[in-house]
Design a protein around this ligand. Sequence first.
Ligand code: ZN
Length: 181
Amino acid sequence: MIRSHDLMSNCMVPIGVVLRNSCRTTYKSAILTPRFSTAFRPVVQLRNMTTTTQKSEDEWRAVLSREQFRVLRQKGTEPAGTGEYDKHSEEGVYSCAGCGTPLYKSSTKFNSGCGWPAFFDAIPGTVSRHEDRSFGTVRTEIVCTACGGHLGHVFKGEGFKTPTDERHCVNSISLKFHDEK
Ligand SMILES: [Zn+2]
């Protein structure tokens, strides 16, 4: 099977048909998610998403490095093959570099060869998806549910031999690794 990153120099660019399907699923589940569960916590609406960690952009600039801010808050992408965790294989947990929420377990990380850390699944409920129509294509962006920080994109149906056949293509700089089990 031809994978998207075989066709594109940048693995963040997907095959459109696959993504449109996954986006439809994303929106359906988002609509059905009960809102009352967050009623007693501070919330802020960010692009149709409810976050529980809210900071102004100035506050984020104060706690993040310049590159973390560019990726997490401005939806940037780190260059392929440069991230700290691209070939990282220790056992532990990858948390959001913005708010510290655990997002991915090392047991779901796999080597996709695309130049960014790849995971076939996230810790349930911690990563949200929405449609990204930037750069003239339709992709599924993934963000930290708690703070809205940009992680990367998720691609489905590429033929990887993983339990979900999904690839969460995540910027290393959006993550912070801890060697806890
Ligand atoms: Zn976060």
